[in-house]
Ligand binder design. Structure first.
Ligand SMILES: [Zn+2]
Ligand SMILES: [Zn+2]
Length: 89
């Protein structure tokens, strides 16, 4: 069962604001270095970063999230929230 296309069209990754795509039972951020995976429970997407699968798309390790930056202990990759990045620039 797929998600409603109108709903999918307005959903974006809350971390990097990039659109998401459906991948099986999950919604996946389409920004390659982010790639957060959000669960869909009973047809309702759970778009909370804290609950998302934060597996690193590059090295497969679980990334840490401090409320602002996703950081990978494996490859050192970092993905910052673009809103916060703009503010500090
Ligand atoms: Zn993202
Ligand atoms: Zn990594």
């Amino acid at each position: 069962m797929g998600l409603d296309k109108d709903l999918l069209d307005i959903l974006a990754c809350p971390h990097c604001l990039t659109p998401v795509r459906e991948d099986g039972e999950k919604l996946v951020c389409t920004r390659p270095e982010c790639g957060l995976r959000y669960a869909v429970e009973d047809g309702i997407p759970n778009m909370l970063i804290d609950d998302a699968d934060k597996t690193c798309p590059k090295c497969g390790k679980a990334r840490a999230y401090d409320g602002r930056v996703l950081s990978c202990p494996g490859c050192g990759g970092k993905v910052e929230d673009p809103r916060l990045a703009a503010r500090s620039a």
